[in-house]
Design a protein around this ligand. Structure first.
Ligand code: 0GY
Length: 308
């Protein structure tokens, strides 16, 4: 039983996802997903901005199997703060089939970083979304980035599109690969060729160490999910943005479900339908293999990835 009370209005994850029509290539990686608790075993952080429903490692691994994926990258969610125990537990139960992105504070010891590495952590996440986290001074993040760079890790950044100009110089100075969550959260009601999204494209073009997750159509969409009678092109307003990045930067894009989809209040996606968006953003077998296998393997399992 979960003694934590879920934030009102917060939808539960989709319990009966459809089987995707699209078959991911063998060895595909879901490069952005989370575990939540269970709260009674791994309590949610006191500083959290929301309380989720539980979403366990077993449920995550069952979903992965149903969707046809072989590996997962589990990203520490803000509801667990810098307490990475649920993440580490999931990684250690995965027999090497999951790697992780943690949240750490400047107080983290070298021993703790070494333990996280041994469990399979390969990155830290810096979150700039104000509804999710309190402000962290930049010098603290710079310090953390330098320490994790020495371990060969990367930095995952999450921010709102409007904040990129202000964050540009900070991101440019990071000494690691920088992975942007959810395409930098573009407003997809604005034109793809307009200044907002093109600023992000220019950011990627000018910085060969910047990668993007072409994820979260359900979060970014204004046109929304399929209607009940079957919209033939779900999330059609997000697809051109993701497809543009896949075309322009085929070796620097990742895809993930974002299961269990924190903070959704209007619509909870059917994860099977999310997988069916993939061939619309990566139409060729080669683009799909890079997006789902080659790129995430290079970043998270470099010891197994073929030489470029
Ligand atoms: C996501 C998106 C969100 C939440 C978090 O760590 C988190 O709490 O990332 C969001 O609310 O947009 O990627 O899971």
């Amino acid at each position: 039983m979960n003694t934590f009370i879920k934030t009102p209005g917060w939808l539960d994850w989709y319990a009966t996802p459809s089987r995707p029509r699209f078959t991911p290539p063998p060895g595909s990686v879901d490069a952005h997903c989370h575990v939540f608790g269970p709260g009674d075993e791994f309590p949610y952080a006191p500083e959290r901005k929301y309380t989720p429903c539980d979403a366990s490692k077993a449920q995550l691994f069952a979903l992965r199997e149903r969707l046809g994926f072989a590996r997962s990258v589990i990203v520490q969610a803000t509801c667990h703060g810098a307490d990475n125990r649920a993440l580490v537990d999931a990684l250690e139960s995965s027999a090497g089939s999951a790697r992780g992105v943690a949240t750490v504070r400047r107080e983290v010891t070298d021993d703790e970083l070494a333990r996280l590495h041994a469990a399979g952590v390969r990155g830290v996440r810096f979150n700039f979304v104000k509804r999710l986290v309190d402000f962290t001074p930049r010098e603290e993040l710079v310090e953390i980035a330098a320490r994790v760079a020495a371990l060969g890790w990367h930095v995952v950044v999450y921010f709102e599109a409007a904040d990129l100009p202000e964050l540009w110089d900070f991101f440019s100075g990071l000494p690691t690969t920088v992975v942007v969550d959810h395409m930098g959260r573009p407003d997809v009601s604005l034109p793809l060729q307009g200044p907002q999204f093109q600023t992000f494209v220019r950011f990627m073009r000018e910085h060969p160490n910047v990668w993007s997750k072409v994820s979260c159509p359900e979060r970014l969409s204004v046109s929304g999910p399929p209607a009940l009678d079957g919209e033939p092109e779900p999330y059609r307003d997000v697809v051109p943005f993701a497809r543009h990045l896949v075309e322009q930067f085929p070796d620097r894009v990742l895809w993930g479900t974002d299961w269990p989809h924190p903070n959704l209040k209007d619509h909870m996606p059917d994860d099977g339908l999310l997988v069916d968006v993939i061939p619309r953003i990566a139409p060729t077998a080669q683009a799909q293999r890079r997006l789902l296998v080659d790129n995430p393997m290079r970043l998270y399992w470099p010891e197994e990835a073929p030489a470029p």
